[in-house]
Design a protein around this ligand. Structure first.
Ligand SMILES: Nc1nc2c(c(=O)[nH]1)N=C([C@H](O)[C@H](O)COP(=O)(O)OP(=O)(O)OP(=O)(O)O)CN2
Ligand SMILES: [Zn+2]
Length: 126
């Protein structure tokens, strides 16, 4: 028998500042100065609904599981965030994935988007 698989997701926004220094550019490049972005994060879980609740996971529980992460990211200076490295969208995806993977079964995708810039990045695991 085939068990139906679903993807559920929850999103949150955060505001943060960063500076991206390009060591190969004589003055550090276009993004060297500290500037801010609004970020939208989407965390997706994949799985089958459990027999008891008939959902993959309570979306309320998922939201609560993301609260501490959002708190850490919101109004932060991303360059100072331990474990992030260079504060690119790519590294933000990795950082969020690694923060959540141990406690969120079925983690399938982390997306970080900058809607006002029409850009983003999606990561689907190591
Ligand atoms: N692959 C990535 N490329 C870039 C990233 C990134 O995280 N991953 N980040 C940046 C900077 O954060 C930049 O500040 C993004 O702002 P944006 O307005 O998109 O920069 P543009 O040079 O594209 O802006 P224009 O409006 O087109 O001048 C850059 N790249
Ligand atoms: Zn930027």
């Amino acid at each position: 028998m085939t068990v139906a698989s679903f993807e559920i997701f929850r999103e949150f926004y955060f505001e943060a500042a960063h500076a991206l220094y390009d060591p190969d550019h004589p003055t550090g490049g276009k993004y060297r100065n500290i500037h801010g972005h609004s970020f939208r994060v989407r965390v997706t879980l994949r799985g089958a609904p459990n027999a008891e609740d008939e959902w993959v996971m309570d979306l309320g529980k998922l939201g609560r599981a993301l609260a501490a992460l959002r708190e850490r990211l919101d109004h932060s200076f991303l360059n100072d965030l331990n474990g992030l490295g260079k504060p690119t969208l790519e590294n933000l995806c990795l950082y969020i994935w690694r923060d959540l993977a141990a406690t969120l079964p079925g983690l399938a995708e982390v997306g970080v988007f900058r809607d006002s810039c029409f850009e983003g990045c999606v990561y689907r695991g190591d």
